[in-house]
Design a protein around this ligand. Structure first.
Ligand SMILES: [Zn+2]
Length: 467
């Protein structure tokens, strides 16, 4: 018994000293995208899990008892934040049987079991990519356990979550008892479901506002209204999937706090831009996901070197559709393989709308938060963010704006007390930092030239994280 107490005491003292370690980053260039701040020859003092002081070497000196890390020639940024991911999806070919049913090749229940047993692997891949916080914008109730696990795991990003999506359509293929998508038919049902979600303390409530010729915008609108009213009554923000201009407009008019995708059917108009500005709506463009289904299915996947290096190899290997026996290919993949140019054409048409829309909203001062929709087929957990950066660049955003979207703006979407203490390298904030070998302001491709990642004050040489 005595031994146990001493052992426990020793452990807690160890935890305390580990937590209270003082670190000083010196001689590097600090980039705080929030205010476009650049500090040459910066000193950043870290005390335990927090940033204790930051400034140029003339005003701040490294504390005497600190471990000094020389960052000469390096660039120090807040850790990146991906504000649109899904832990219940692996990114592999079998993860959305509602979109491409491959149960005859790999049963969906096996896919779900794999996903559940690889949560720590996914966490590590985010850290390797310099991503120290993520927002899961919808999945099964099991998502709340993922958040808990992340909170108890050092080598994991901070996690904010929404629970199951409140949806206008059902997706029975995904329902193994804890469905990620729940069809709601009446405002009363919506309120009841929000109350059930509220018991889990979600960071967001998510609405899947899917419209088509049988389900016009107005038919689901009363449910959107009831969901938002009930969520706001519980002080929970609401994120809405609405990819058409009129759907997105309706969602924001009803009080949506976050739009989780770009508008992809029409150019945004002045009234829409003003609406987002007046309501301070945050928009997450998720450009990368719009190309990845079509490119995967038509065997024209364009993974970046970062994705190949840091994505899960099993997930990436699965994405080669030519390895699936012909007779087991769902029609959607067969058609894409038969007409690969049409797949690329559809992607081009989407980007011809989505990229200028992003530029318009950015220029108007709308808060744009970086995010990928990782976990969807072909969108790789972690490094997909670097393809998102490329596409944001193509849209005409500056490198500083892109970094701002993925740090300070993303922290606003993350929300809560944690969101208020991430996304900027400032005294009192969490010590979540990425150190780069080359300057991302010269070329956004340098954003993945990662030397070191610091999460919660713990320092990880980037090369060591996936070893
Ligand atoms: Zn999504």
């Amino acid at each position: 018994m005595k031994f146990r107490i001493e052992f426990a005491l020793a452990l807690s003292i160890f935890a305390l000293t580990a937590k209270a370690e003082k670190i000083a980053l010196v001689n590097g260039t600090l980039i705080n995208p929030d205010k476009s701040q650049i500090v040459q020859n910066a000193t950043i003092a870290i005390d335990g899990d927090r940033i204790a002081a930051t400034g140029d070497a003339k005003t701040i000196s490294a504390p005497k008892d600190a471990r000094v890390i020389d960052c000469k020639g390096k660039f120090i940024l807040p850790g990146y934040i991906d504000t649109h991911i899904h832990f219940f999806q692996s990114g592999d070919l079998f993860t959305r049987p509602d979109g491409a049913d491959l149960n005859s090749v790999r049963p969906y229940k096996d896919e779900v079991a794999w996903v559940k047993s690889h949560v720590n692997d996914v966490f590590a891949r985010y850290l390797r990519s310099g991503i120290t916080s993520v927002v899961d914008v919808g999945g099964p109730f099991w998502n709340f356990e993922v958040r808990k696990t992340a909170n108890q795991t050092a080598k994991a990003p901070r996690v904010a979550v929404a629970g199951p999506l409140i949806s206008s359509v059902s997706r029975p293929q995904l329902d193994l008892g804890d469905p990620p998508i729940v069809k709601i038919d009446t405002p009363g049902q919506a309120r009841e479901f929000v109350r059930k979600l509220a018991a889990q303390n979600p960071d967001l409530v998510k609405i899947w506002y899917i419209v088509d010729k049988d389900r016009p915008v107005d038919s689901f609108r009363p449910i959107v209204r009831a969901t938002i009213e009930e969520s706001h009554a519980h002080k929970i923000r609401v994120a809405v999937h609405a990819t058409e201009l009129e759907t997105a407009r309706a969602a924001v008019e009803e009080g949506a706090d976050v739009l989780v995708h770009s508008v992809i059917d029409k150019p945004v108009d002045d009234a829409f831009v003003k609406l987002l500005k007046d309501r301070q709506t945050i928009l997450c463009p998720t450009l990368v996901v719009f190309e990845r289904y079509g490119r995967t299915f038509s065997h024209q996947l364009n993974l970046m070197p970062e994705e190949k290096a840091w994505g899960n190899p099993e997930v990436i290997a699965s994405l080669d559709v030519t390895k699936i026996p012909q007779d087991k290919l769902p029609a959607r993949i067969r058609d894409a393989l038969a007409r690969p140019d049409e797949a690329l054409d559809r992607i081009k048409k989407t980007y011809d709308i989505a990229l200028p829309n992003l530029k318009t909203l950015e220029d108007a001062g709308i808060t744009i938060a970086g995010g990928t929709d990782a976990g969807n087929i072909g969108t790789i957990h972690g490094p997909a963010l670097f393809r998102e950066f490329q596409l944001m660049k193509e849209a005409g955003l500056t490198n500083m704006q892109i970094l701002q979207c993925a740090t300070a703006n993303a922290a606003k979407l993350f929300g809560g007390d944690t969101g208020a203490h991430i996304g900027k390298i400032e005294k009192g904030n969490f010590a979540d930092i990425v150190i780069l070998r080359s300057n991302p302001l010269d070329d956004i491709a340098h954003a993945s030239d990662i030397d070191t990642v610091i999460k919660n004050g713990a320092v990880y040489p980037a090369d060591s994280i996936l070893r």
